[in-house]
Structures are given as structure tokens and as C-alpha cells.
Design a protein around this ligand. Structure first.
Ligand code: SF4
Length: 404
């Protein structure tokens, strides 16, 4: 397996019990959509987000009721909590009183340096980190007037806030420079990575609803992660926040930055050889495997002619042929089941594979399964020849049409 590119060296901060930066695993964040004053509703959502893959959850602290509720939420939360603060620095101080694990300040709307320093001083005294959350949509006015909405402006805003913090000796900081424009946020983070060693929180703000929002967020976050930039991430989707947590976790697993804990389902694109509706079987398998935390790669292949060979890198797979499903482990057929039982058999085998290991499952292969698969493969080849998509016929037709 190819290891991901080395991470950009950063200093480390600690949010509750989660390390961010300094070689720690890249963490996943999400944000609640409940009224924070609704303690039980907010806690219920935090639990669901943690279950879906969020390592850290942000809640808004937008009024006195929210700050009071924080004091009740924090001792019962399964993950560290970040309080999101806009405009009123007093709410940051109140969140610190509540015992919050981290603050997020938007430098574009808490502008008074006296207030910023007061919050940093208090956070320092309590050992609580702060995220400087710069947003292209709410930049400091003078910076925007001078530099426009540019990567340079986003970086300048973060640096000004860092300067205020430095005046009181506070360095326990992570930074985000988010924008809804993917090229803008990518360039801003690249520039920021050049001038600071603080850990970076990546995100494309207001990415919108899936699937376009997912694609935009992934384009921005994945590009930077692949360059070694980024220590914690958040998908900002117009969707149930569970989708944010799941997407974050899946992205990190796909990039090899976090250990796999859920199934990686791969499937062939289907072609003229397909012996089954691959899209339907893949969807059924995805649904059946979704809630099972099985850290393996599973392949759904449309035919036994090429399926087991093409997907021999997968831990487990199934390939269709003549009304049957051919289950294979690391490319070797171990069982043949009726087509109607393909998904059930696949799920059962996936669970046994995780419990017993590949060697044991290969040793327990049904006698004659590999031979039966080979017979079906040869019969299909004899029927379809080596051009089941009729490419040769089409080429002949084109040549005839174009003949002078
Ligand atoms: Fe799928 Fe078989 Fe076609 Fe490959 S040859 S794409 S496995 S149906």
C-alpha cells in the first residue's frame, strides 16, 4: 500500500482529549444544528455525530442561554466541544466559565483588540485552545478594503489575530481560512502554511447541499490534505450534520490518513459482459454493509469472466454468472450461491472474514467452488467471445460508413 505524503510539521494543541497537529491523526469535526439551549436535543445530536465519525463537535454559543446550557452539555458529551463565538467576546468568556474545550473566534466580527486580548488571556489561564476562524465572507473591513477578498487578505486577517494573541503570550491556536470558493481557500491555506506552524483546520464554507456540496468540499479539503496540509477538517454541508461527519471520516479513510473502520465498497462499472444489474446489487450491498463496522474492501463485479481477477486486490468480492454469485476472497472463489442470495451471502462472508481472517476463510473454501466458477467463466467466454460489447462490429460499421 502506498503511504500518504508526509504531513506538514506543525505544533500540537489539545482539544479536550483530542490532539490536533504535531503528527496526530487528522481529526474530523462537525457542528450541531440544534438550539444549544436545548440541552438534551443538542446532546442527542452530539452523540449521533460522534457515532458517525466526528472526533470534535462545535456548538454555537450565541446567547446567555446557550452559555448556560454549555455548562450542562459539557460533562455529558462523548467528544470535546468547541464553542462558536461571533460578535460578543463576553460569550467567549462565558463559554470558558462553562468549561468548554476550545473556542472559535471570527476575527472579522470580534474586532476590538482589547476584547480579543481579554479572551486570549483567559483562555491561556485555563489552558483552553482557540481556533482563529477567518471567513472570506466576513473579513475585517480594512483588510478587505486594502486587499480585496483574496488569499492574502484571509492570511492577513489570521496573522493580525495571531499578533493580538502573541501580545498576551497565547499560542495555543489552530487556524482556518475558509471560503466558499474552492480555488480561493486552497490558495489561502497554502499561503498560510508557508508563514505559520500552527495546526490548520480545513473547510470549504457554505459548500451547499450534496452532491455538489460534497464535491466542492472534497475538492478543497482533499487537495490540501494530499499536499500534506491540514490537521483537522470539517465538511460544511447544507444537510443533516451526520452527513458531514460521515464524509469527513470517509475522506480521511480514502486518503489513508485514518485507519479504516467501515467497509470500502468498490464495484465494476458494468459492461456488455455483466450478468447482473451491478448498480442494484452494489446499492443493496452498500445498504446492508453500511451500519456494520467491517474494515475491509468488498468488490461487486458484474461477471465471473473478469471479476475475481480484476478485483483480486479486494479482501472479498462477488461476481455474477449464469444465475449464480461467485464469492471470492483475495481473488480466489470460495463459494457459489444462487444469484438471489448474493448480497446476503456477501454480508455473511464479510462478517466471518473479519472475525476469522482471510487465511481461515480461504482454508474453509467449499470443495469444487473454484472449479464451478472456472466452468462458468469458460462457458461465458465461449458464448460471448472476447468482444461482448460488440466493439469490432461497431468499428466495421464506422469504417463502412466512412469508406470513400
Ligand atoms: Fe464488470 Fe465483468 Fe464488465 Fe469487468 S468485464 S466491467 S467485471 S461486467
Amino acid at each position: 500500500m502506498i503511504e500518504p505524503r508526509g504531513r506538514r510539521p506543525t505544533r500540537q494543541i489539545t482539544v479536550g482529549d483530542v490532539k490536533v497537529g504535531g503528527g496526530a491523526p487528522v481529526s474530523v469535526q462537525s457542528m450541531t444544528t440544534t438550539k444549544t439551549a436545548d440541552v438534551n436535543g443538542t446532546l442527542a445530536q452530539i452523540y449521533v455525530l460522534a457515532g458517525a465519525g466526528a472526533d470534535i463537535v462545535r456548538v454555537t454559543c450565541n446567547d446567555a442561554e446557550a452559555a448556560v446550557a454549555l455548562a450542562q452539555i459539557l460533562p455529558r458529551s462523548p467528544v470535546p466541544i468547541v464553542a462558536d463565538i461571533h460578535y460578543q467576546h463576553r460569550l467567549a468568556l462565558a463559554a470558558l466559565d462553562a468549561g468548554v474545550h476550545c473556542l472559535r473566534l471570527n476575527p472579522g466580527n470580534i474586532r476590538n483588540p482589547v476584547h480579543v486580548r481579554a479572551v486570549a488571556q483567559e483562555a491561556k489561564a485555563r489552558g483552553v485552545p482557540i481556533r482563529i476562524g477567518v471567513n472570506a465572507g466576513s473579513l475585517d473591513k480594512d483588510i478587505e478594503d486594502r486587499l480585496g477578498i483574496t488569499p492574502e487578505a484571509l492570511v492577513a486577517s489570521a496573522q493580525r489575530e495571531l499578533g493580538y494573541f502573541a501580545e498576551v503570550g497565547f499560542e495555543d491556536v489552530k487556524i482556518s481560512v475558509k471560503a466558499s470558493s474552492v480555488p480561493l481557500m486552497i490558495e489561502a491555506y497554502r499561503q498560510l502554511a508557508e508563514v505559520t506552524d500552527h495546526p490548520l483546520h480545513l473547510g470549504v464554507t457554505e459548500a451547499g447541499p450534496p452532491p455538489a456540496g460534497l464535491i466542492k468540499a472534497t475538492a478543497g479539503i482533499a487537495t490540501l490534505l494530499a499536499e500534506g496540509i491540514g490537521d483537522t477538517i470539517r465538511y460544511s454541508l447544507t444537510a443533516d450534520p451526520v452527513e458531514e461527519a460521515k464524509a469527513g471520516r470517509q475522506l480521511l479513510e480514502a486518503l489513508g490518513l485514518r485507519e479504516r473502520r467501515s467497509v470500502d465498497l468498490i464495484a465494476c462499472p458494468s459492461c456488455g459482459r455483466a450478468e447482473v444489474d451491478v448498480i442494484r446489487v452494489a446499492q443493496e450491498a452498500q445498504e446492508a454493509l453500511a451500519e456494520r463496522n467491517l474494515p475491509i474492501q468488498v468488490a461487486i463485479m458484474g461477471c465471473v469472466v473478469n471479476g475475481p481477477g480484476e478485483a483480486r486486490g479486494a479482501d472479498l468480492g462477488i461476481a455474477a454468472g449464469r444465475g449464480k454469485g461467485h464469492l471470492f476472497v483475495r481473488g480466489q472463489v470460495v463459494r457459489v450461491v444462487p444469484e438471489a442470495d448474493m448480497v446476503t451471502a456477501l454480508v455473511e462472508e464479510a462478517e466471518r472474514l473479519v472475525a476469522e481472517g482471510a487465511e481461515a476463510r480461504l482454508a474453509a473454501a467449499d470443495a469444487g467452488a473454484a472449479e464451478e466458477a472456472e466452468r462458468t467463466r469458460l462457458a461465458l467466454l465461449a458464448d460471448q467471445g472476447d468482444d461482448p460489447n460488440a466493439v469490432g462490429q461497431r468499428v466495421e460499421l464506422i469504417q463502412k460508413e466512412l469508406r470513400p
